[in-house]
Design a protein around this ligand. Structure first.
Ligand SMILES: Cc1cc2nc3c(=O)[nH]c(=O)nc-3n(C[C@H](O)[C@H](O)[C@H](O)COP(=O)(O)OP(=O)(O)OC[C@H]3O[C@@H](n4cnc5c(N)ncnc54)[C@H](O)[C@@H]3O)c2cc1C
Length: 376
């Protein structure tokens, strides 16, 4: 009898879905948060156990500590400004495409957030920028294997759990494959996101959704070539409930709160993220137009590619400890706060995102005030 990993630990990596030779596994959204979980069609299942073997929770791949750390950003200011932080993901994508390689990354097609394969240089913009939603992998790991067997150079960029699943799926190291993971504090479901976008956009067709602008976090819904909704999250905190609940760490997938990859040892060839905690004095003499990324090369292959990118990115070597101290996701998973538990309780009772957020905060604020008064 097949036994997939415990539901609350399942990261939704799609490894089991991809590996099944009989297409017996579907990824089905579960209420109340809408996270997709594998469901086996017992009539199609031949009990080959490949799904169990590929699961990175049941059989975790080895992780390694970074030996170097860099503060970095793209030298091309247009790439830098349009990317999530320092533009390293985009520089890497361009670099691979320029050399005839293929790139797998996450795009926003309407309100659908999913991984795609790109092979044309102009297409790197499709995966540029962070999408704060769990991306659908579909049959991407199978496609990657086919490209590798055909001898192509491949870049995969995704969350650590997706990189872990890809490693388990491939079973062996391919010299021409580079795996890059993002430092990730958690992902809300496609269902939650899509419902929110539909609620705002109504009948208008959604072309794409962006999550960051030059001024920081911003939910920008684009229909055709026009923005139909733009909400700067820091400026007007409560007007966008999806982003507010995301930034409060309320809406992540259950497994994100116990994520085995939220630590300094990494599963990929290179880890990239925001360089929170960077000593700003170090970069004050540089003309930086936007955010600064942290790059943590993990494997010799990762170190090699950083050397290849030498003319395309600025690099400032920093102590690994500085990166780890400044970024909590390199030390532990996101915490499930008291507010988060109340919020999820209301969601489980069928209340909407807005109602749950409002109610949990209405209960919390008086509770904190009372706590402060008792403390005094
Ligand atoms: C859900 C999520 C949570 C994050 N949390 C943190 C955090 O807590 N701390 C931190 O330092 N950094 C975090 N990041 C990473 C950060 O937002 C930037 O993505 C990272 O710094 C790379 O920036 P860049 O300018 O090099 O990327 P870009 O050049 O803009 O490229 C972005 C790359 O990210 C990939 N990507 C975008 N969205 C997703 C997604 N949903 N799933 C998988 N891959 C995706 C794209 O394929 C693309 O290759 C998070 C990113 C995501 C998507």
């Amino acid at each position: 009898m097949i036994k997939l990993c415990q539901e609350n630990l399942c990261t939704g990596c799609w490894g089991c879905y991809d590996v099944c030779p009989k297409d017996a596994i579907s990824m089905v959204p579960r209420s109340p948060m809408g996270d997709r979980h594998p469901v086996i069609d017992r009539k199609k299942c031949i009990e080959c156990h490949l799904c169990e073997n590929v699961c990175p929770i049941l059989n975790p791949p080895k992780c390694k500590s970074p030996e170097n750390s860099f503060a970095s950003w793209a030298n091309n200011s247009q790439i830098h400004i349009k990317s999530a932080s320092g533009g390293i993901g985009s520089v890497l994508a361009k670099h691979f495409l320029n050399q005839g390689g293929v790139v797998y990354g996450c795009t926003s097609e309407g309100a659908e957030i999913r991984h795609i394969r790109i092979a044309d240089l102009d297409e790197y913009v499709r995966i540029q920028g962070s999408k704060y939603v769990q991306s659908s992998i579909g049959k991407i790991y199978c496609q990657i294997k086919q490209d590798l067997i055909a001898g192509r150079r491949v870049l995969f960029i995704g969350t650590p759990c997706q990189v872990a699943a890809l490693r388990k799926y491939l079973k062996k190291d391919y010299e021409q494959l580079l795996m890059v993971d993002l430092i990730c504090h958690g992902v809300p479901s496609q269902y939650l996101f899509e419902s929110h976008i539909r609620h705002i956009a109504g009948n208008k067709p959604v072309t794409t959704v962006k999550f960051r602008s030059e001024d920081g976090f911003c939910l920008n819904i684009i229909s055709g070539s026009q923005s139909i909704y733009k909400n700067y999250v820091w400026k007007d905190r409560y007007t966008d409930v999806y982003f507010t609940a995301f930034l409060k760490s309320y809406t992540f997938r259950e497994s994100c709160y116990t994520c085995p990859y939220a630590k300094s040892e990494r599963v990929s060839d290179i880890t990239i993220g925001d360089f929170w905690g960077l000593d700003k004095d170090i970069i004050k003499n540089y003309d930086i137009k936007d955010g600064v990324s942290v790059i943590l090369p993990i494997t010799p292959k990762g170190n090699g590619i950083i050397e290849e990118l030498n003319s395309e990115i600025s690099l400032v070597a920093r102590p690994v400890e500085e990166a780890i101290t400044g970024n909590s996701q390199l030390r532990h998973p996101s915490r499930k706060s008291f507010g988060c538990k109340i919020f999820r309780f209301f969601m489980s009772k069928g209340l909407s995102l807005k109602q749950s957020l409002y109610l949990s905060d209405s209960l919390l604020i008086p509770a904190y005030k009372l706590y402060d008064r008792i403390k005094k």
